[in-house]
Design a protein around this ligand. Structure first.
Ligand code: SF4
Ligand code: FE
Length: 487
């Protein structure tokens, strides 16, 4: 297993084509806007070195028998699934942001199931290819980007109907030694901190869309791949001197638009090629795992609740009964989220491939809660923080020889609390609820791993409504099932 430093070094060896603010970034690792996101992924390496976290952060590979980072592991039991949820909460609390590495773990697990099932139907050799790739990932302790979301263009049109065929990533040419693909993947979490990009289709597909039913893995610096970093609210604060105004001075996340311009994929790296009926299945498996992964938001919620309690104390309002009650409400919501990610793991099952998968209904319910509760937790944190969170002068004003004394005098809260500390905690709440980390804590909670409607469709599909009707009818003495099935 690599440690944080070795991981950082491994990224320096990549030759990525990265653009931000219209310019090519030559030194990605040290770029002040990207670096906090690299630090967050590095934490997944660094914490795996700690003996007391070994159960959480590491597992024994079912391929090699060696101890590996849990992010490279294929779940072999329900306990593995539960540990994954606990690891997500712990890391969310440690970093206070999106630590990015889960998408790759979820893609690996989904492919371990789906490649096996495709082979069972078509006698192909995708699973063997996949296991070879997995061994490479485990042996080298790699970070993978699980790339699912296509740009999608006109949402009312299927992939092959789009005026521009590249709006969904697809095979454009078949060669004796591999496949050539074009298209893009949007919103790619942690893309430039990844060694490998694992591509999957984004929706269930029909026969006319068969060129879009492709899944494969390529090294992140493969020729033809370009990354364009997405903006985040308040991102340029990272370019300023001083550490107060960024809120989270250690960690962050990033997303990128990843362009594939005639990228060549050797056959041994192709895990699905035109088996259309398995595209939707792969999407569902990945989505179930990734909806469980939103255990991370519980950890970030822990940070925000801790920040809210701290500012209440700094403001001198912590003893007010309504403030106490708001903190209880925040904890209630956050622990309810935790219930969901633990429950879907505890109710996991073994797939034919041997991989353990979460309960899909409970994973979808969990993620549906995640689309809502963090917003309410953030609202309550802002309520407790007060308006100063958004009108506070800058770090530079605090240090100014001219006006610093006025900040010291008028931004003071409870007796004995340094003004700088009050500013720091306010900026952290701002960061989590409005700034760069709000991308991860709020909008990603809404749309990451599928927007709310995607979970509602899955809930309606997975729930046993007829069974519930039977229970109701039996109790009140209805013996016939007339009308049943009519909406
Ligand atoms: Fe992992 Fe959460 Fe970030 Fe998704 S949002 S990659 S689950 S930390
Ligand atoms: Fe995500």
């Amino acid at each position: 297993m690599m440690n944080g430093r070795q991981y950082e070094q491994s990224l320096r060896e990549l030759k990525l084509e990265v653009y931000m603010f219209g310019r090519k970034i030559d030194n990605v690792v040290d770029d002040p806007i990207i670096r906090p996101s690299m630090n967050a992924v590095a934490a997944t390496y660094e914490l795996a070195q700690r003996l007391e976290l070994a159960d959480l952060m590491t597992a024994v590979s079912h391929l090699s028998g060696k101890r590996i980072n849990r992010f490279c592991h294929i779940h072999q039991s329900r306990d593995d699934l539960v540990q994954k949820s606990k690891m997500g909460r712990m890391l969310g609390g440690h970093t206070g942001c999106c630590f990015q590495r889960c998408v790759g773990m979820d893609a690996l697990n989904a492919l371990s199931i789906v490649t096996y099932d495709i082979d069972a139907k078509y006698h192909t050799s995708y699973n063997e290819r996949f296991l070879k790739f997995l061994a490479h990932v485990q042996e080298n302790d790699l970070t993978c980007d699980g790339a699912m979301t296509d740009p999608k263009g006109d949402r009312s049109l299927s992939p092959h109907q789009q005026p521009d065929p590249d709006l969904y990533l697809h095979a454009v040419e078949e060669k004796p030694d591999g496949l050539v693909v074009s298209g893009a993947k949007a919103h790619q979490t942690g893309a430039v901190n990844s060694h490998e990009i694992i591509v999957m289709p984004t929706i269930a597909l029909r026969e006319e869309d068969r060129d879009y039913a492709v899944s494969f893995a390529v090294p992140s610096d493969t020729q033809g791949i370009t990354y364009i970093i997405g903006r985040q609210s308040c991102d340029t604060r990272k370019l300023e001197a001083g550490s107060v105004d960024v809120g989270n001075r250690l960690f962050g996340g990033h997303e990128a638009l990843v362009i594939f311009d005639r990228v060549f994929v050797p056959w041994e790296r192709v895990f699905m090629c035109r088996e259309v009926e398995f595209a939707g299945f792969l999407v569902e498996k990945f989505a179930s795992y990734h909806r469980q992964s939103y255990a991370c938001k519980v950890g970030v919620g822990d940070v925000l609740i801790g920040a809210a309690q701290t500012i209440a104390e700094y403001n001198g309002t912590a003893k007010a009964s309504h403030v106490k009650d708001k903190i209880i409400e925040m904890n209630h919501l956050n622990e309810t989220l935790y219930c969901g990610c633990i429950a879907c793991a505890s109710e996991g099952h073994k797939e034919p491939s041997g991989t353990y998968c979460v309960d899909p209904l409970l994973a979808n319910v969990h993620k549906q809660n995640v689309t809502r509760f963090p917003y309410e937790i953030a609202r309550l944190a802002q309520d407790i923080a007060g308006g100063l969170m958004v009108t506070l002068p800058s770090d530079a004003d605090l240090r100014s020889p001219e006006v610093g004394k006025w900040i010291e005098k008028y931004c003071r809260g409870a007796e004995g609390i340094p003004v700088e500390d009050r500013m720091r905690i306010l900026r952290l709440i701002e960061n989590l609820s409005l700034g760069t980390a709000a991308v991860g804590y709020l909008t990603e909670s809404m749309h990451g791993a599928g927007s709310p409607q995607a979970q509602r469709i899955m809930i309606s599909r997975l729930v046993d409504l007829k069974g519930k009707q039977r229970k109701a009818r039996r109790l009140c003495g209805i013996t016939s099932d007339h009308g049943s099935g009519k909406a």
